[in-house]
Design a protein. Structure first.
Length: 120
């Protein structure tokens, strides 16, 4: 991950390595910063380091397995949130149906009471 404008963050490679890619991007970048995230297999880190060295950047690298795990974790969170949203919508619709049914029941009860009063 390369992010021009992160120079003000001043973190070390060791501190960066402890976080995740998503955390680093979400917490370190400010409005106006540019982030470049790439998936690459490098024979040497030197060419990209040299290129981005011209700019105020922090270059951070994560092992492929860490990124893969982060994607898996994100997909699990997404699935969990979708399941929760479906359950909440289902419960809300159920409650709305119960309320409408109760209103209908009360309306019918009122009409029967009115008819009953006419025959007394």
């Amino acid at each position: 991950m390369w992010a021009p404008g992160w120079a003000a963050w001043g973190g070390t490679d060791e501190a960066l390595a402890q976080g995740t890619l998503i955390e680093a991007v979400a917490t370190r970048m400010k409005n106006g910063d540019v982030g470049i995230i790439t998936l690459a297999q490098e024979k040497s880190e030197a060419p990209l380091d040299q290129f981005f060295g011209k700019f105020r950047t922090i270059v951070a690298r994560w092992d492929a397995w860490r990124i893969q795990q982060e994607v898996v974790d994100a997909l699990e969170v997404q699935a969990d949130l979708q399941a929760r949203a479906r359950a909440e919508l289902k419960a809300k619709r159920s409650q709305e149906r119960k309320e409408k049914l109760e209103e209908f029941r009360q309306s019918i009860q009122q009409k029967f009471d009115e008819l009953k009063a006419k025959f007394k």
